[in-house]
Design a protein around this ligand. Structure first.
Ligand code: SDX
Length: 430
């Protein structure tokens, strides 16, 4: 059935086309609104605004559905594919065949190392420099060694650029950690898979290789898969915004890192652990924390809870909660923070405030506990989110570049400042 929207403004009637998505989502197409009426729409935070048509990820927030290129994320759990395979699906649109996956993995393996002179950049940062500040800077620094990637004119150069940046973000992350600990950089080992190589660069020593436990590699691989894309979230929209000016892939992804850094977004996994540690340190009762979270004046938010799109349990959180139990059991870890998290979830899910506002655990609520258990320092948590999300940023940037209707993003505003007035020379001002 074709849908139609009618808008009446001061007696003038405007028929507006309605777009329908694959799963029946409807959108009013207002592309001609200002031209026909002189009016714009107003939607702070863009909660009601579709910025693009995309074929990459589908989310039904009411039902808690998340699919990558049509495949439910639950199907990537137990046993799950390698992160690079899911990255290839998200970026290139189809599950890769063996030959393509071999070629794409080979690009990643062959380009895991950074240019030697990149190492001086790390030394230019103070040891306690935030890893996300380093990561955003380094993504742009990497591009300086590959000017051929500033304009990706064909599929081959795009594939090369995508494979390299997915590989090297891992190396940059590991090196920023090593620098923060005063440890020597560990070169990537081409014999290792994506996640195992990252753990090797993070935790090996020149005299002793880090023994990669399959369960730890498996958990990290799953964490990256579950973070790989999430349609038009804040950081991905930032990548599209920057990419819309024809900025290159590296600069656009570096902007995504900056947006993801915020504690309301990718910094939430770190904020969750800090919240749980504070509760534990202060010996606070979870019941009291729930009460604080409901009291606006307290300034306390239950981090890892709530979502702009999910008004149901975040499907990623469900999978990560099971992974959490599995990893801690396998490693024989009793983490009191997990007990606190579970109690907070139990209380919140039956509390009218959270039920009415449809606040459920999101992807960040359990991911930090897993990363803590596998030895990732909390300061690196947003960086881990970035490594996982990079394929999504790349895919969304490319989808936008390939859109024949693409144009520079330039929202409008409602001006509420001073009416017309004139300059008064300094000597005449009071
Ligand atoms: C990510 O967009 C994505 O897809 C993001 C992401 C991705 O994969 O890219 O899923 C990753 O960013 C997950 C979210 C991580 N952030 C957090 O966990 C931080 C805690 N959550 C909140 O700050 C909040 O829920 C947001 C930021 C996630 C969503 O914010 P919205 O959509 O702007 O919702 P809101 O702040 O307007 O809240 C609506 C109501 C408010 O109460 P009222 O003003 O209506 O009375 O719910 C309340 C809020 O006070 N509320 C919370 C709450 N989250 C919302 N109250 C207590 N604790 C919370 N966590």
């Amino acid at each position: 059935m074709a849908h139609q929207a009618t808008l009446t403004i001061d007696g003038k009637v405007l028929e507006l086309p309605v777009l329908e998505g694959t799963e029946g989502e409807l959108a009013i197409d207002i592309a001609q609104l200002r031209a026909k009426t002189g009016l714009i729409t107003y939607d702070p935070g863009y909660g009601n605004t579709g910025a693009c048509r995309s074929a990459i990820t589908f989310i039904d927030g009411e039902k808690g559905i998340l699919r990558y290129r049509g495949i439910p994320i639950e199907e990537f759990d137990r046993p799950h594919p390698d992160f690079l395979e899911v990255a290839a699906l998200i970026i290139f649109g189809e599950l890769p065949d063996k030959a393509f996956l071999k070629r794409f993995s080979a690009i990643s393996t062959a380009n895991a190392n950074l240019d030697e002179s990149m190492k001086h950049h790390f030394e230019g940062f103070p040891e306690n420099a935030p890893p996300m500040a380093q990561l955003s800077a380094m993504l742009n620094a990497i591009s300086c060694f590959h000017p051929e990637f500033f304009t990706l004119t064909n599929g081959v150069s795009f594939e090369q650029a995508a494979g390299r940046v997915i590989s090297q973000i891992r190396t940059v992350a590991a090196y920023s950690y090593r620098r923060s600990k005063g440890l020597p950089f560990i070169y990537p080992n081409p014999a290792l898979r994506y996640c195992a190589n990252f753990l090797h660069m993070m935790f090996s020593m020149p005299y002793q290789d880090y023994l990669v436990e399959p369960e730890i590699e498996d958990a990290l691989n799953l964490i990256f898969i579950l973070h790989a894309d999430h349609e038009q979230n804040c950081s991905t929209s930032t990548v599209r915004m920057v990419g819309s000016s024809q900025a290159n892939l590296f600069a656009s992804c570096a902007s995504g890192v900056c947006a993801l850094w915020g504690p309301l977004h990718g910094g939430a996994n770190l904020a969750v652990i800090e919240m749980l540690e504070s509760i534990q340190r202060g010996n606070q009762k979870p019941e009291d924390c729930i009460a604080l979270a409901k009291d606006k004046s307290s300034g306390f938010r239950l981090m890892g809870f709530g979502h702009r799109i999910y008004k149901n349990y975040d499907p990623r959180a469900k999978i990560l909660k099971k992974c959490c139990d599995r990893v801690l059991k396998k490693l024989g870890i009793q983490d009191p923070l997990l007990d606190i998290a579970r109690r907070l979830e139990e209380l919140a899910l039956k509390d009218p405030y959270f039920i009415e506002k449809k606040l459920y655990p999101n992807v960040d609520f359990y991911s930090g506990i897993i990363m803590r258990a596998i030895g990732i320092p909390t300061s690196m948590f947003p960086v881990m989110f970035s490594i996982g999300r990079l394929p999504g940023w790349i895919a969304q940037w490319k989808e936008q570049q390939d859109d024949p209707a693409k144009r520079i993003a330039r929202p409008r505003q409602i001006y509420v400042g001073a009416p017309l007035r004139h300059y008064v020379p300094l000597e005449k001002r009071k």
